[in-house]
Ligand binder design. Structure first.
Ligand code: UDP
Ligand code: MG
Length: 309
């Protein structure tokens, strides 16, 4: 069938490198049957542990293993981009090294391609083993995105996805600096088949995503794939103008009928505080988009390589 590139971003995953390899090569007999050759690209995202050494050890055993090592930590999105850029496969699959994306699903994913899909994606239907607060906010994020973005972003979608060369090239053609891969997959389109599975907990080590990091990541996702927040200022502005107009009429009429006992200091302070809050909020949103635009126009490279094998 051709060459399959397996792209595996790794950041401080020394314990998982070999474990992942062992799981992946369980598919070798399937690959043999189908006439699929494989290359395994470990993308080291500036790890400070023995990740690179572990990959090199595998490389000595198996020539299909390749390494791209970054000069520092650039983030998973950058690692995915580098992987797609360096792979030579007719198909590419993205996988986490912690075995949360089970390699045993690969044969089923290939069946999807044979059915004529351009891409086979996975989503987890449960969030077992995850802190409830995190699940709650994750769900909220997907609901919000559905409302404010035209790009389809699936709840629970993983980055675990098998795709054709055509789709890989489409993704590579999106050279934006603020990369939100879940949105990019949706944006490029193509015919996608979804496979569902129960959440699997990571094999070894700790997740690299704190709640705070995820929150910031979700805000990046919103600014990258929706401009609806910019409308808040417009809507709020119109509403408050209308309100002000009604209030002016009210005050004038009251003055004419009842005279004017000077009062209303507390309500005035509340109104000023409230309105300046709304104004700061809207300026903040504007600032977010401006900051993203600023980073985009600098055209900095998405990643830098220190070593490549
Ligand atoms: N990862 C990466 N760079 C980072 C953070 C994570 O390449 O800055 C990799 C990590 O090694 C793993 C995958 O991205 O293969 C998913 O990370 P993790 O398991 O920590 O995230 P979670 O599964 O908890 O969302
Ligand atoms: Mg994980």
């Amino acid at each position: 069938m051709g060459l399959l590139s397996v792209i595996v971003p790794c950041y401080n995953e020394e314990e998982n490198i070999a474990l992942f390899y062992e799981e992946l090569i369980k598919n070798d007999s399937f690959f043999g049957e189908k006439g699929i050759e494989a290359e395994i690209l470990y993308i080291d995202d500036g790890s400070t542990d023995r990740t690179v050494e572990e990959v090199k050890k595998l490389r000595e055993k198996d020539g299909r293993v390749h390494l791209v090592s970054f000069s520092r930590n650039f983030g998973k999105e950058a690692a995915i981009y580098a992987g797609l850029e360096h792979c030579r496969g007719d198909y590419a699959v993205l996988m986490d090294v912690d075995l949360q994306d089970p390699p045993s699903l690969l044969p089923e994913m290939f069946r999807g391609l044979e059915e004529g899909y351009d891409s086979v994606a996975t989503r987890r239907v449960s969030r077992r083993g995850e802190p409830p607060v995190r699940s709650f906010f994750a769900r909220l994020f997907y609901k919000l995105m559905k409302k404010i973005s035209k790009t389809e972003i699936m709840d629970g979608a993983r980055d675990y996805r098998l795709m054709t060369r055509q789709m890989v090239n489409a993704i590579l053609s999106m050279q934006e600096y603020n990369r939100f891969t879940k949105g990019i997959f949706g944006w490029v389109g193509f015919r996608t088949k979804w496979l569902e599975y129960e959440n699997v907990e990571r094999a070894r080590g700790e997740t690299k995503w704190s709640f705070w990091k995820l929150l910031i990541y979700s805000l990046d996702g919103i600014t990258a794939f929706s401009t609806v927040p910019l409308m808040i200022a417009v809507v709020a502005g119109v509403l408050f103008c209308l309100l002000a107009f009604v209030m002016i009429l009210f005050i004038i009429v009251r003055k004419l009928i009842f005279g004017d006992p000077v009062s209303g200091w507390p309500s005035l302070v509340c109104i000023i505080l409230f309105l300046s809050g709304v104004q700061f909020f809207c300026t903040g949103i504007l600032g977010q988009y401006l900051a993203k635009t600023y980073m985009e126009v600098k055209r900095r490279p998405i990643y830098l390589i220190r070593e490549e094998i």
